[in-house]
Design a binder for this molecule. Sequence first.
Ligand code: GDP
Ligand code: IMO
Ligand code: MG
Length: 421
Amino acid sequence: MKVDVLLGLQWGDEGKGKVVDVLTPRYDVVARFQGGPNAGHTLEFEGQKYVLRSIPSGIFQGNKINIIGNGVVLAPDLFMDEAKDLEKSGHNLKDRLCISKKAHLIMPTHRLLDAAYEQAKGKDKVGTTGKGIGPTYTDKVSRNGLRVGDILDRFEEKYAAHKARHEQMLRALNYTDYDITEVEAKWMEGIEYLKQFQLVDSEHLINKILKEGKSVLCEGAQGTMLDVDFGSYPFVTSSNTICAGACVGLGIGPNKIGEVFGIIKAYCTRVGAGPFPTELFDETGNKIRQIGHEYGAVTGRERRCGWIDLVALRYAIMVSGVTKLIMMKSDVLDSFATIKACTAYKLQDGTVTRDFPFDISEGITPVYEELPGWNCDLTAVTSEEQFPQQLNDYIEFLERELETPIAIISVGPDREQTICR
Ligand code: GDP
Ligand code: IMO
Ligand code: MG
């Protein structure tokens, strides 16, 4: 059996959570492979809204197995809050959620280090989510990390050594005005809570599942433009958000990858600092933000809004081998007389390129193609036959420019507002 992978292709918040929830009935297993509580994946169904951070978005559909893979970084206290909330609303997790023993733990001091590094960067700060993501992955790569499997043996001792090292780093950064007594107590409670779950060798589990002929959907977090290798570095997250990240973050061979679903918004947003060539600073940008409710699910920050960027998307499709696109939030453009799409970048020296350049931080002028809007309400549309001609034209234009079919169109936040073509 093959593993399908679902990825954000922009700067995150494309609507991955919604799509995973919609697609889950087709799979036996849903697995997260990177990122951590920096993610905020929103799902809506039966009048309820849920935001998931570390728990895979397949948790609401039947008795599917959900896996938190080795590539994920996990904050026990935040995980406990998230899991308890779900249990309170009647969703039993303990027999369906497996957590990799190789996933790294986000310690309270990692969050302090996140803040300290941001403070040290001053005006060049990344605008992180403050969840300790960068410092935790740094510890992992520098061979200093603490893993979920470590909680099963001599944990206090290991924790104390890691904490002492972090405290030394914080002193060197002149970041000493903090008190984590309460946070630490809750974090330790989270560690105990974690022990009630199935802590597994998820690479063995997932490959066994595949051998049994079962199917797996991998749920990406963040998006390609936030990938640590291919994103708008250094304004990125600290993990590989592209398709290859699923192989590394779960222990799956590349030959097992089947479909690669690329999730895009009908326009584009970004939260945090860093370049964004098609960003709109005018009324149009505000209008997209208002209609699209573009405020971060994790931090509540205003999302920056702009037109769709096909140069960046071609690049994202290329580095992940995307086979199918899924377009979200089409309804947000319902009332726009014209819709713009950036098809190329004009560089400082006047050359025009369709290829994503090394540096997009300065001197990029987007070259736009303008298309007529559809000026009607898409939110109640239930089949492709009801699409207005202008929407069909926009879809066809994107498919031509991106050389990839668009398989699903989303016309609202609810599970039901999804049209498979
Ligand atoms: P994720 O991080 O990729 O899962 O996306 P987020 O949940 O952070 O942000 C997507 C937001 O858009 C959420 O509030 C969703 O409920 C909402 N959403 C998803 N699809 C649609 C859609 O087709 N139309 C509208 N209007 N909202 C959508
Ligand atoms: P989902 O999965 C949007 C951004 C942050 C910041 C940068 C680095 O919901 O799409 P980090 O805390 O990861 O070190 O922050 O990445 N960022 C996201 N932006 N959606 C996300 O996740 C994000 N996760 C991180 O805003 O610019
Ligand atoms: Mg999000």
